[in-house]
Design a protein around this ligand. Structure first.
Ligand code: ITT
Length: 192
């Protein structure tokens, strides 16, 4: 970032996300700090569209370069539910509600998707996505992470995201992949 080479603001109210962004950014020598602005969120099926719209509105108030993320858990057997409504579903029926909906369901495949929108006054808004496939566990396991982590087992793993630390999760997570794409772009554009 031209004004301050090693810092990047993150607009989020989710401490779990913030912790993971800190871990991810540290790999690139970048320090992440929270910007406590209210994140405006439109309703749409696509997390890319939601993140881009949030960034465009926030840009009117925030002068420094920042990122804002929209993410969700998409469960195949539920036709992609809760998807863009993941935060609401977590607040209402929670992890146990999802386990209940999945009782007796054989196809447990799901994916986490993250869209990170980067914004600065020169480049405008650019969005980067990442995805990780996995399955919904039959019971919640692990005390780490946040949100749906205790019931998500990534492909090729036997542990849930909540059973590993943020470093291990971030290596393969939707957020980790989207953030890596953002960093590659920032480096290629010589913004970083
Ligand atoms: P901000 O919008 O303030 O960043 P939020 O929690 O509302 O925080 P989202 O709108 O992106 O975040 O909603 C995504 C929801 O999906 C989030 O609340 C979690 O419940 C879930 N989620 C997203 N990424 C996750 C992850 O890595 N592990 C577990 N659950 C996740």
């Amino acid at each position: 970032m031209r004004r301050d080479a090693a810092k990047l603001g993150v607009v989020t109210s989710n401490e779990g996300k913030l912790r993971e962004f800190r871990v991810l950014a540290a790999e690139y020598g970048v320090e992440v700090y929270p910007i406590r602005a209210r994140k405006p969120e439109i309703q749409a099926d696509d997390v890319r569209v939601i993140a881009t719209a949030s960034a465009a509105v926030l840009m009117q108030h925030i002068r420094e370069p920042f990122i804002v993320e929209d993410a969700g858990l998409f469960i195949d057997a539920l036709n992609g539910f809760p998807g863009p409504y993941s935060a609401y579903v977590l607040r209402t029926i929670g992890v146990n509600g999802i386990l209940k909906l999945m009782e007796g369901v054989r196809d447990r495949s799901a994916r986490f998707v993250a869209a990170i929108a980067y914004a600065d006054s020169e480049m405008g808004v650019k969005v980067f996505t990442g995805e990780v496939r996995g399955t919904i566990a039959t019971e919640a396991r692990g005390a780490g992470g946040f949100g749906f982590d205790p019931i998500f087992v990534p492909e090729g793993w036997s542990r849930t995201f909540a059973e590993v630390g943020p470093e291990e999760k971030s290596r393969i997570s939707h957020r980790g992949r989207a953030f890596m794409a953002l960093m590659e772009w920032l480096l290629s554009e010589r913004i970083l």
